[in-house]
Design a protein around this ligand. Structure first.
Ligand SMILES: Cc1cc2nc3c(=O)[nH]c(=O)nc-3n(C[C@H](O)[C@H](O)[C@H](O)COP(=O)(O)O)c2cc1C
Length: 218
């Protein structure tokens, strides 16, 4: 697959088959992502790959805590999108919830849709993406570069993903269940597996604004 195809065809997938991804594929893609650039080459990503019993355990605990309304104090403040960003966020939700059949005023259905994050969209693997607590936005930027490298490596090999900021809601739960040291702050999760085309949420397609919305030439 060409780089261009991988970039254009990657989608966030929110429904997976149970089949595990071969460990050799997981390792190969993670090895490729190691080549992401970082400021001063400090390679700050710290990543916990979770499958099998540990995956089931954290998912169960997150779903229970979510329905009980018992979130941890996030390591990083939750972002609230404003103005044009809020408009795009709403468009994205309308597209996704439309395919999932979730009505705007149906609170129970919206809860169930959000809970899908904590069910890891049924993916057999989840990566918990962390960095040292002492780092800030500059280093988080580097970890983001690592993430996209990994997502495209998977795309090239026919493996689908969904980044999940939603997992930032449970940093303490994840640290305690997965033996993650206290100095590792949880930035994001990534659901990893083979997408299930029969899941309505996977019909979601969100486009992009024209270039001039984002890039300013001087
Ligand atoms: C850092 C990051 C966090 C995300 N968190 C979530 C999430 O918690 N739940 C979710 O369903 N999608 C999440 N997404 C997926 C975005 O909604 C998705 O990338 C965006 O709508 C563009 O769609 P596409 O990835 O299919 O191109 C996240 C994406 C990124 C990059």
């Amino acid at each position: 697959m060409s780089f261009e195809r991988a970039v254009r065809e990657r989608r966030s997938v929110r429904g997976f088959k149970p089949d595990p991804v071969p460990e050799a594929t997981l390792r190969h893609c993670l090895e490729l992502a190691q080549w992401a650039p970082s400021n001063c080459n400090v390679q700050p990503w710290r990543v916990y790959m979770v499958s099998g019993e540990a995956r089931d355990r954290i998912s169960k605990r997150m779903v229970e805590s979510f329905y009980a309304g018992e979130f941890d104090t996030p390591d990083h403040p939750v972002e609230v999108f404003h103005d044009e960003y809020r408009t795009l966020q709403i468009e994205c939700a309308v597209e996704l919830y439309g395919h999932m059949g979730v009505a705007r005023k149906d609170i129970a259905a919206r809860m169930a849709a959000t809970a899908r994050n904590y069910q890891l969209f049924d993916a057999p693997h989840v990566a918990i993406v962390c960095m040292d607590k002492k780092f800030g936005v500059g280093t988080a930027l580097t970890v983001g570069m690592w993430m996209q490298t990994l997502l495209l490596a998977f795309e090239e090999r026919g493996v689908q993903t969904c980044a999940m900021a939603a997992l930032r809601g449970f940093p303490d739960l994840l640290r305690s269940e997965l033996d993650i040291p206290d100095n590792h702050t949880v930035l994001c999760g990534i659901a990893i597996g083979f997408g299930d085309d029969s899941v309505p949420a996977n019909k979601t397609f969100v486009g992009r604004k024209p270039l001039d919305n984002n890039v300013f030439w001087r």
